[in-house]
Write a protein that binds this ligand. Structure first.
Ligand code: CTP
Ligand code: MG
Length: 238
């Protein structure tokens, strides 16, 4: 099967970012000099296989950065809903007709790379309906009570933590989402809906730097990662 070349990216940027605690949506907070959402938008826009982008934004559009208008592949803005799944459902209503493959990405992961996108796209073949990036757990996993006592050690063998972007065949994603809604399931991860629906989801190695900005200190951490990626200009080193 030839590599995927026609992809619509759905960028989810309609959350309120409560855990970051800034009082405004975290995806619009400044990160290395520009709103966080612009980082992932730029990477998606630069991916040759991505030919259009749909962005889910807060219903009231509060604080949304006008810089988003500068990206040629943005095809539509969708009103987000009260949950991630609902924002996804609303964004999917704006998919172009010719969009056989959908890439779903969280704006709260600004550090995705073109290399990760290529890895995902290269893995979508006849054996699967979707591909996700994930990383095997390395730390020991415990269940802890609300009173902060260890109650159980869990077996981490075969347990992986999952990231976005994730790519899916459009029919599989739409069908799995429809079934999830009918069943009253509120999934925080798209691939969960697919596997519940009996679809095959393949895993490629995730990128440890592609973490989700979730808590206050994560912004500084993301800035440090971005700074470490900056290539010094030729002749710039002493
Ligand atoms: N998201 C969304 N619509 C929602 C909730 C979340 O589009 N109703 C998006 C967020 O903008 C984010 C992604 O889904 O890019 C993952 O959600 P998360 O990192 O949990 O962000 P928030 O829900 O905004 O943060 P918090 O849970 O701390 O409130
Ligand atoms: Mg959330």
């Amino acid at each position: 099967m030839s590599p995927v070349s026609t992809v619509t990216a759905v960028l989810l940027a309609a959350g309120s970012g409560e855990r970051v605690g800034s009082g405004s949506p975290k995806q619009f907070l400044p990160l290395a000099g520009e709103p966080m959402v612009i980082h992932s938008l730029r990477t998606l826009d630069a991916c040759p296989a991505v030919d259009s982008i749909v962005i889910a934004l807060p219903f009231d559009r509060s604080g949304w950065p006008r810089e988003m208008e500068g990206f040629a592949k943005v095809a539509a803005y969708a009103d987000g809903g009260p949950t991630r799944q609902n924002s996804l459902a609303r964004a999917l209503e704006h998919l172009p007709e010719d969009a056989p493959v959908v890439m779903v990405h969280d704006a709260s992961r600004p550090l995705l790379t073109g290399q990760l996108l290529r890895s995902l796209l290269g893995a979508l073949d006849d054996s699967c309906d979707g591909v996700i990036p994930a990383i095997p757990l390395e730390d020991t996993i415990k269940r802890v009570s609300t009173g902060m006592f260890v109650t159980e050690q869990l077996d981490r063998n075969g347990v992986w933590r999952v990231q976005t972007p994730q790519i899916f065949r459009r029919e599989a994603l739409v069908d799995a989402l429809t079934r999830a809604i009918e069943a009253g399931l509120e999934a925080t991860d798209c691939s969960h809906m697919l596997t519940l629906g009996g679809y095959r989801v393949k895993v490629v190695p995730g990128d440890p730097q592609n973490f989700k900005v979730t808590r206050p200190g994560d912004l500084a951490w993301a800035e440090a990662v971005l700074a470490s990626r900056t290539v010094p200009p030729a002749g710039g080193r002493l």
